[in-house]
Design a binder for this molecule. Structure first.
Ligand SMILES: NC(=O)c1ccc[n+]([C@@H]2O[C@H](COP(=O)([O-])OP(=O)(O)OC[C@H]3O[C@@H](n4cnc5c(N)ncnc54)[C@H](O)[C@@H]3O)[C@@H](O)[C@H]2O)c1
Length: 311
């Protein structure tokens, strides 16, 4: 199947494409910058597939701990990118007052540029950290290209979000549900090389634009946060009414279309309407407010519906 050169559309990589890195197949040299939860799961996962992985971290204790477990670990100033197929960057992106603190990513870009300058090697540069939409295209690629003095570095840049759960990090990396690769028109070849590295994994690989991939990672996390908050609010309301919500929640898993139909609500069909949803939302909010509760999640749900013309 030919792959269209149009990033911005979700595309599944055909499963029959050639793999360069299956266990027992070709081995690739990989570098993982930022050897924390995501970095170690990534590196150890690729090691299991037979690749040659070097971890890079600024933290001496982390480097020491990785070495003591028999893995290869170095500091950023020691990075050598000769013959390296891909550099995975999984440094922290903590929240700052004005958005996301990108200082660790900036430093990692600087270190990679220094290493790139030494050899004419061109590894795929894979950002794995969670970053807001636009960060790769508007910030990271220009930064890499400016520092390297080479306007073609962006041809090698991909964004590849990680969905692992912290407590099951290795298992989740080894058994991903999907693999998402964000790319630009310029980095088509790099995205293909990255998809090849993921070929042995039993998961579909989806390729799209940088911004869609960055956005999707937030949709992923924010949906989980919203779902937990919805049930926390309902639990509080139930307790206030003297009701044990446990069975009601378990039954809802089976009764509500939003639970048993994973595609429910994701289509662009505007407001929620019909005979029940607006009526029951309003009744619930008013009943709770009159009873002395503050159902802020459901108030926000109604506000959103009204703001786009619903009841
Ligand atoms: N923890 C999770 O469950 C999870 C899941 C998915 C995505 N993420 C995202 O992945 C990114 C990394 O998260 P994490 O939980 O692995 O962080 P972490 O704090 O566990 O690890 C980050 C590592 O990067 C190192 N580091 C910092 N700056 C560096 C630099 N300039 N060069 C080299 N190493 C550097 C730190 O010393 C640390 O060992 C974040 O953007 C996070 O939001 C985290």
């Amino acid at each position: 199947m030919a792959m269209k050169k149009v990033p911005g559309r979700w595309r599944q990589i055909p499963s029959g494409s050639t793999a360069t890195s299956e266990k027992g197949g070709d081995m690739a040299k990989l570098c993982v910058v930022g050897a924390g939860v995501v970095g170690q799961a990534t590196g150890k996962g690729f090691l299991k597939l037979g690749h040659d992985v070097t971890f890079v971290d600024v933290n001496a204790d982390t480097v020491e701990q990785i070495r003591s477990n028999g893995f290869s670990a170095i500091f950023p100033e020691e990075i050598i990118l000769r013959d390296v197929e891909a550099v995975f960057i999984s440094v922290p992106t903590p929240t700052a007052e004005d958005g996301v603190n990108l200082s660790s990513l900036d430093q990692a870009c600087h270190d990679i540029d220094s290493a790139l300058a030494v050899f004419q090697s061109r590894p795929v540069i894979v950002f794995r950290s969670t970053i807001l939409p636009g960060t790769t295209r508007k910030h990271l690629v220009p930064l890499l290209e400016k520092a390297a003095g080479d306007s073609r570095v962006g041809e090698h840049v991909c964004y590849n979000p990680e969905y692992l759960r912290e407590r099951h990090a290795q298992r989740d990396f080894d058994c991903p549900r999907i693999i998402t690769i964000g790319q630009s028109v310029r980095s088509e070849d790099a995205a293909h090389r990255l998809a090849e590295l993921y070929h042995p994994f039993d998961a579909k690989v989806y390729r799209c634009g940088y911004e869609e991939a960055e956005f999707q990672k937030y949709v992923n996390n924010l949906f989980n946060a919203a779902k937990i908050s919805f049930f926390n609010e309902m639990r509080e309301m139930a307790k206030g009414l003297g009701i044990d919500p446990t069975l009601a929640f378990q039954l809802t898993v089976r009764s509500a279309q939003g639970m048993w139909d994973p595609l429910y609500g994701i289509h662009d069909k505007g407001v929620y309407g019909g005979a029940c949803l607006p009526k029951d939302t309003n009744a619930w909010i008013e009943y709770m407010e009159e009873s002395g509760f503050n159902p802020i999640f459901m108030q926000a749900v109604r506000e959103i519906n009204r703001s786009i013309g619903g009841a």
